[in-house]
Design a protein around this ligand. Structure first.
Ligand code: MN
Length: 250
């Protein structure tokens, strides 16, 4: 199995190094094509207004001076153009990607890009509320991935895996759950004046509040489980189609 790895924390991130070790336990044909710099919060952005460069850092390692989406694109179109990967894994992100945070996530968007290209795709993130450690992802990743890889993935779907911020032996198991939602209170914005006298604004990330709906990714990770959420790229709100179409009926 040929595996392409990427992330949004950048080619030098410790979570990517760990992912390379983990993927190496599954396959001996592992490639990496990841952003040259940190791209957290980049979402599904594609660089349209400036060129990007592809830098070869090793035998099967490449850095892209762009976004996670750019990295997957160049990975598929250039680096692995002759034999496409059978699987794309994005991560392991330093920090959870749960609930509606997914739409900001470069980690998940990289997996979305692969899913759109028809390649099975998985995003992996390690919750890090108390300390910055990948210990739990390291201990649990292969046993979570192995059974998931046996199940064929439907077209334009991907898997979102989050490891809880607990010591590995305190993790209670794996739950397959739906996406939850945070309460909307992201708004940490700091203002200032730059050296040339112009105002600037800088976004920060608040600790997100949320109501723990039952059966969600947010609840599972809070309860000490590894959360596995199948996602799909059909953003249509199907239930609204009929109601809206009636407005235009003759
Ligand atoms: Mn990140």
């Amino acid at each position: 199995m040929r595996i392409l790895l990427t992330n949004d924390d950048g080619i030098h991130a410790p979570g990517l190094k760990l992912l390379e070790e983990i993927a190496g336990q599954i396959s001996d044909d592992v490639w990496t094509c990841a952003p040259a710099e940190e791209q957290s919060g980049a979402g599904h952005s594609l660089s349209l207004h400036q060129p990007v460069r592809l830098r070869k850092l090793g035998d099967k390692r490449f850095a892209v001076t762009g976004t996670p989406t750019d990295s997957v694109n160049l990975g598929l179109r250039l680096v692995l153009a002759e034999k496409r990967p059978d699987l794309v894994i994005s991560g392991i992100n330093a920090g959870e990607n749960l609930g509606d945070d997914m739409t900001y996530s470069g980690t998940i968007s990289a997996a979305m890009e692969a899913a759109l290209a028809g390649i099975p795709a998985i995003a992996m993130s390690q919750a890090m509320r108390s300390e910055r450690s990948f210990e739990t992802a390291k201990a649990w990743a292969v046993q979570v991935l192995t059974p998931l890889l046996e199940v064929p993935m439907a077209k334009r779907t991907l898997l979102n895996i989050n490891f809880p911020d607990l010591p590995p032996d305190k993790v209670r198991g794996v739950r397959v759950v739906r996406q939850g939602f945070h309460d909307y209170n992201r708004g940490s914005v700091v203002g200032g004046t730059d050296p040339r006298g112009k105002n600037y604004y800088w976004f920060g990330l608040n600790q997100m509040e949320h109501t723990l709906d039952h059966g969600t990714d947010l609840e599972a990770v809070a309860d000490g489980y590894v959360a596995v959420t199948p996602l799909h790229l059909d953003l249509t709100h199907h239930a609204a189609i009929g109601t809206l179409a009636e407005r235009f009926a003759q």
